[in-house]
Design a protein around this ligand. Sequence first.
Ligand SMILES: [Zn+2]
Length: 171
Amino acid sequence: MDELIRSAPSLANWRRRPSGDGMVPLSELARNPVALTVSDDGEERSLSAERGASGKVWLTCSCASSTAEGWCNHRIDLLCLRYGATVGTSAASKQAFEQIVTGTALGHAGRSADRALKAFADCLAAFDAQRPANVAGRNLGKFTDLVSDLAACASELEDALGTLRRLLERD
Ligand SMILES: [Zn+2]
């Protein structure tokens, strides 16, 4: 296994901690790669997941925001094992996908980004609901608190999406 890891060409660009928590060995994956389809507003997107010898997972999506942003909600949903938008995907394909991503750095990054997106959305909603109408009296302090929370959530989201984007790069 050490030999395999050392000879992996992508290792130089990919500094994943070698952790094995719950990761199914490459040789025991039911299918690799595996293709899935999701439906978004009636349009179908094709996704493909493949694990390499180094443990890196390539997860691609054919949607436009994927190309523009380097990540998309379709991929985050699947990394969080949410299959609600999948179409024509067999139980065997879902199981094969889970085997590929579980315990990997990408699986972890997908869940972190999902948590950060939710935290930011909650924070933004709290800001909208609680912001004072003006800056009179103690209101300015309330603004400071709300904006501080929002800034912290935005910063965490930026970090989480940055990590996810890096791991989704094709190299
Ligand atoms: Zn997508």
